[in-house]
Ligand binder design. Structure first.
Ligand SMILES: Nc1ncnc2c1ncn2[C@@H]1O[C@H](COP(=O)(O)OP(=O)(O)OP(=O)(O)O)[C@@H](O)[C@H]1O
Length: 202
């Protein structure tokens, strides 16, 4: 896993001439006030859309051409879980889409680690917002992606669960995942290896 992310001269919506390079084991924090474009940049890096100007590539490939969650896994601000499916089923969806398999034990262990084993066999729509957010974190962690993009992943978490999310992210970071996190949370920022402030006019 030696992913190299390049955001080159990107202008898109509120974003103007944004540049970023990062590789394995980097934890890049996207910071800035509300409306500064953190979610917009998360979407571009995740490959949900292609920038109006400039390029976003992972190992030379535009990220909007990458759909394999073992390469790019995402925790969107709006989570994008299927509420009528169980947490375990939600975790397995991108695995199946990538043509891979994971053992039920691996899924169960990950859900337990994030404190959401209670939803393993219940529809995730029955969980709290914080629980659903941790299911989305587990879904992104499952395949040990090359690049993981998390949009404010501790926004709905109490102290203990913030620590759970941070420890889970640090574990894939240690294995070489490149992590991009939009955040205001000082407990997350403390682990950043790079910070990209947005909306500063720089
Ligand atoms: N699909 C869209 N179409 C038009 N404008 C949009 C769209 N999505 C976001 N915007 C605008 O782009 C700007 C940046 O929004 P974005 O959600 O990226 O900011 P943010 O820094 O993530 O904010 P927050 O911290 O409140 O989540 C905002 O003014 C927003 O209204």
């Amino acid at each position: 896993m030696n992913a190299s992310l390049n955001v080159s001269a990107v202008s898109h919506g509120v974003l103007k001439d944004v540049n970023l390079s990062a590789g394995p084991h980097a934890l890049v924090a996207l910071t800035g006030h509300s409306g500064s474009g953190k979610s917009t940049l998360c979407h571009l890096i995740a490959g949900f859309e292609r920038p109006e100007q400039g390029a976003v590539t992972l190992d030379g490939t535009p990220t909007d051409e990458i759909t394999d969650w073992s390469r790019i896994a995402v925790v969107p601000q709006r989570l994008a879980l299927l509420p009528e499916l169980t947490a375990a089923e939600n975790l397995v969806m991108p695995v199946l889409a990538a043509g891979r398999t994971v053992s039920p034990d691996t899924v169960a262990t990950l859900l337990e680690r994030l404190g959401v084993d209670v939803l393993a066999s219940r529809p995730v729509g029955q969980g709290s917002v914080g629980e659903q957010q941790r299911v989305a974190v587990a879904r992104a962690l499952l395949l040990g992606p090359s690049l993981m993009v998390l949009d404010e992943p501790t926004a709905h978490q109490d102290d203990d669960n913030t620590q759970r999310v941070i420890e889970a992210v640090l574990s894939v970071l240690a294995q070489g995942t490149l992590v991009i996190i939009s955040t205001h949370d000082p407990r997350v920022l403390a682990h950043a290896t790079q910070t990209l402030p947005l909306g500063t006019g720089l």
